[in-house]
Ligand binder design. Sequence first.
Ligand code: CTP
Ligand code: MG
Length: 222
Amino acid sequence: MGVVVVAAGSGTRLGASRPKAFVELRGATILEHALRGVLESAPGELAVVVPEELVGEAQQILARLDLAGTRASVVAGGAERSDSVNAGLRALTDASRHVLVHDAARCLTPVAVFERVLAALRAGAEGVVPGVPVVDTIKVVDASGHIVSTPLRKSLRAVQTPQGFARDVLAAAHAAGAAATDDAALVEALGYAVLVVEGDERALKVTTPDDLARAERLLAGA
Ligand code: CTP
Ligand code: MG
């Protein structure tokens, strides 16, 4: 199995002085926390995608970690998340039949989530994403702010990463070149079935300063 970790975003909403994955969280960068979690799932190969100017720093982070046989590489990302995923996919060999795409910003994702995604892929799913029930009632609104519809809350899931796919399915989805905020949407658009497995609250995406504080509390066990 191959894993692409996307860490090439700038972190605009976090508003720190460095790109988000290189911000410290209790003594280690967000990227280092994320990679430790990924390596627990023992991938055959790993592509870490970072801003071009931080490739060297990411290589130093990898050098400090126990790779335990994982073939790892660091590559520069692109302007959009999907460009960064593509760069990561190109860095993987053809050896991996399954590929997981993971946001470095979900740096505290438990290994059990990786295992659930992988188990479903190995059982034959074409695409698998972790998801959690939503607590708010979600409205679809139009450009003027008026409500168009109210989807049934129990049918909704907030999805997380790692998102796993058969490698050729993900490559075809990205080759189609559409824009989306997650990989599953591209795969769904091609008509493949994507399964949602149980996610985890600890797979939160560090997006705002409040999220960073929450991640700090989680790490502290508070
Ligand atoms: N990402 C990436 N390349 C991009 C944009 C995003 O690799 N061009 C990665 C981020 O590093 C992050 C994940 O995709 O791990 C999810 O993106 P997001 O949380 O939106 O991170 P940023 O784009 O960095 O944050 P913001 O949107 O606030 O600028
Ligand atoms: Mg973004």
